[in-house]
Every structure is written in structure tokens, then in C-alpha cells.
Design a protein around this ligand. Sequence first.
Ligand SMILES: NC(=O)c1ccc[n+]([C@@H]2O[C@H](COP(=O)([O-])OP(=O)(O)OC[C@H]3O[C@@H](n4cnc5c(N)ncnc54)[C@H](OP(=O)(O)O)[C@@H]3O)[C@@H](O)[C@H]2O)c1
Length: 382
Amino acid sequence: MSSLALCTILRHSASTLTIRGLPSFIASTRLLNQTPQLSVPRLKAFGSTMASLPETMKAVQIDQTGGVDVLQYRDVAVPSELKEGEVLIKNEYIGINYIDTYFRGGVYSPPSFPYTLGREGAGTIAALGPGTPSDLKLNGRVAYFSVGAYADYVRVSADKVMPLPDTITTKVAAASPLQALTALTLIREAHPVKAGEWILVTAAAGGVGLWLCQLLKAVGARTIATASTAEKRELAKQNGAEVVLEYHEDNRDRFVDKVLEVTGGKGVAAVFDSVGQATFDSSLKVLTRKGTMVSFGNASGPVTNFALGRLADKNLKLLRPSVSSYITSREELLPYANELWNFIEKDGLSVKIHEVYPLKDVKRATEDIESRKTSGKLLLKP
Ligand SMILES: NC(=O)c1ccc[n+]([C@@H]2O[C@H](COP(=O)([O-])OP(=O)(O)OC[C@H]3O[C@@H](n4cnc5c(N)ncnc54)[C@H](OP(=O)(O)O)[C@@H]3O)[C@@H](O)[C@H]2O)c1
């Protein structure tokens, strides 16, 4: 019998038995051993749940940072205990995000090794730990953002789990937690966007970029989108961008002139820039007075050595936000999730899936997102 299955059993079994507040399966085992009235038939009634949890699963881990060759597709143990407020999710789809490449490559440091990559996914709840909210149900469909997602099963705090309405497919849901909620927090909190404002979005045909183009259109903003190829720029346009531009990497002043021309010489109210180092200077130049520079990614490398005095000419605001610092609790997550599902249902927002890769093909998927050849969302299928 899997220990985790037993934990689930206890949570859903006799009212005389409560495991709420118990820290782990170990405590549950002790409780079971000391509770003779827990009958065998009762355990058997949950046999199917137990049978559905294997001892091992596939996961993608790294033992060190480096190139794609450090990615290891291997057998690991299925998590065998759930802490207070945690659920075990069986992934149906796992989202790939650019941040996964930062942890693999060493731009960000994994806290320890072996480290299971991945930050989001969607699937069904395979087991509930003690003290989980009542809207999270066994076998219920959910999406989440949390570490360790590149695996068949993942243990997630309920704070990071969103139940899915029937209208949202698991595939769309897996593409949403990090990229769509990032886009939503950016337009609501980093720079609360007003209808009619000009906004610049870089990497506009990427995962976050396409959500931004659609959301900005939905709230009535006017988007100038940049992307590296004509095909990507066309995609940004189809997703709501009003004007699309090349980066003009060989002559950034040309790019600045184009943005000023489009905005009647005033510049944009905000830039949502995920490219980082390569576009930071030109993004500052195209902002209007009192505009907001939102630098939220490092695809070309991090921005370093910035002199604060550079903001003074136009009294610019500068933010380096992270979605996980905007959404830190269930109280913060659920309103955002509901707003996102509403945008998808009522405004027809959609997600372009670049490709669904088998989990074992993670190296190819990683090479693809790093190659700049992808647009929209890359998913892994366990
Ligand atoms: N702060 C947060 O909370 C947060 C959350 C989610 C994502 N992000 C950031 O948002 C960005 C986009 O993430 P994503 O997952 O949606 O990825 P993505 O946009 O689908 O892929 C990255 C894109 O960046 C562009 N890019 C520009 N220079 C590049 C370079 N030197 N190397 C590779 N790509 C380059 C490419 O588009 P072009 O070819 O069109 O330039 C590429 O397609 C990332 O920087 C990520 O870290 C931040």
C-alpha cells in the first residue's frame, strides 16, 4: 500500500479519525496503528485510489547546472508524504517556461541537487493532505504553479492550486499559470493599464508575449509589439497588437524613432520588457515622461549596473516584478485565476500551443525554446 494513498484514505475516512494538523504520513501511520476501529473493509473501499499511485515515476532532474546535456529523464520515487495543506497532482500537461532554462543553465541557482525542473502544469488531484481547502477534491481538475513540475506527479501547496471550471481544458490550463498570470499581474499591478494608452511589448510572440497582446487588446490599450521574425510579428498582430516592429538590432535608434513616430512623438506609457539586457536601453528611450519600465525577464541576459539617475530625465518608474511575489497566497491567487478564466471565456482569449513534447523529449523542447524559433506555449506530456 502506498503511504500517500493511506494519507488520502485517512483524510476521507471515518469522522472519528482526523488527521488535520498532523504533519506527515508518519504521524498518520501511528494514528492508524493506534486506532483498532479503522476496519479493513473501510480500507478496501479506497483500494482503487491506492492502486492508482505507483511507487516510482518519471521526472526530469539535473545534478548540476549546464547545457541541455545535464537534463536527466529518470525514475524517481513518487512523493510519499503530504504536509499540511498540500495536494499530490497527477500531471496531464506540464508547461515549459523560459525560467526553466535559467535554473538549468545557472542564471538562477537551484537550491539543491538533484533538482527537478519545471514550474507549472495541470492535471488531477491524486491525493489530498491534511488541512486542504474544501474546493480541492480528489480527482478534481486543477492547474498550479510550483517547483518540481517536470514529473508524472508533483506535490503542491494548495496556495498554488487553482480548480478548473468545466469550460477550461487541461491543456489551456497548463499553459496559463505562469505566463498568463504573469501577463495579468503586469497589466493590473506593475502598470495598471488604462484604455487608450500605448504600451510596448517585447518578445511579443512568446508565451507571455501573446497573453500580453490579447489582454492589452481586451482592456482597450494600444500595443506596439516587437518580435524577431515577420512570422512572429504577424502572430502578435493576430493576437491584438496594433503595430508590429522589428527590434532593429543593428540600429536601435531606428527602433526608437519608429516608436516615437507611432505615438506622435510622445512615447509609450509603459514597456513590458522580457528580453532584458539587449532591449533595456531602447525601452527606456521610448517611454513617455512619467512612464513605467517593467523589466520582467532576462531572455538575452540580465540587466546589470544600472545608474538610478538615468530615471530622472523623464521621472520614470522602474520595476523588476515577479509573478510569485504578486501571488503569494490563495486569497491572491483565486481572484486572478477567476479573472483569467473570465477573459478566456468572455473575451475569447486563446493560447497558441507551439508543440506538445513527450516528457522524455525535454532536451529537444529546451533547445527549441532557447533557439528563439518558438512562438506561443511549449508543453510536456508525461
Ligand atoms: N517576472 C516573472 O514573474 C516572469 C514570469 C514568467 C516569465 N518571465 C520572463 O518572461 C520572458 C518570456 O518567457 P516565456 O516563457 O514566455 O518565453 P518566450 O517568450 O516564449 O521565449 C523567449 C523569447 O525571448 C525572445 N528573445 C530575445 N532575445 C533572446 C535571446 N538572446 N535568446 C533567447 N530568446 C530571446 C525570443 O523572442 P524573439 O525572437 O521574438 O525576440 C524568444 O522566443 C522570459 O524572460 C521569462 O523569464 C518572467
